[in-house]
Design a protein around this ligand. Structure first.
Ligand SMILES: [Fe+2]
Length: 148
């Protein structure tokens, strides 16, 4: 879903659809769920800032925060998957690596060109898609491994 699909405007009234953590994303490990909820909050806050015209102000910090938070969270989650012999462990690690590379490319673009509104919009769409797909299709496999 692209960003504009998430905004409904009627006169001065605007409704913004943000992505939310639900039980469907539960992994069976409370600490991981807590970290995932924070991930959702970072992206939600970024979406609201962008829509309110504060994209340029928050962009660099959001990207830096994402890079740092993702690194810490991924490390923790990967060790949990490894400890529980989760068959998704290798795939999970691969997607994490690809995500971190993507964030690094994003940071590089910012250093080269500065803030660009369309890049911020694209980043948001990618983050929203990545988060819901990755957690919903890969991370949730932990649930079965933990309950064994
Ligand atoms: Fe993951």
């Amino acid at each position: 879903m692209v960003g504009s699909d998430r905004i409904l405007t009627c006169g001065n009234y605007r409704v913004i659809q943000v992505i939310k953590w639900t039980e469907a994303y539960a992994t069976g490990i409370a600490e991981i769920d807590k970290q995932h909820k924070m991930f959702f909050r970072i992206v939600e806050d970024f979406r609201l800032s962008h829509v309110e015209g504060r994209g340029a102000t928050v962009y660099e910090q959001v990207v830096n925060l994402l890079a740092a938070y993702a690194r810490g969270h991924f490390g923790y989650e990967e060790s949990c998957m490894h400890a529980h012999n989760c068959p998704m462990a290798a795939n999970n690690k691969l997607e994490h690596t690809q995500f971190l590379r993507f964030i690094e490319r994003t940071r590089k673009q910012y250093r080269l060109h500065g803030y660009r509104d369309h890049e911020s919009e694209e980043l948001l769409g990618t983050l929203e898609d990545w988060l819901t797909n990755h957690i919903g299709k890969v991370d949730v496999h932990l649930r079965d491994c933990v309950s064994k």
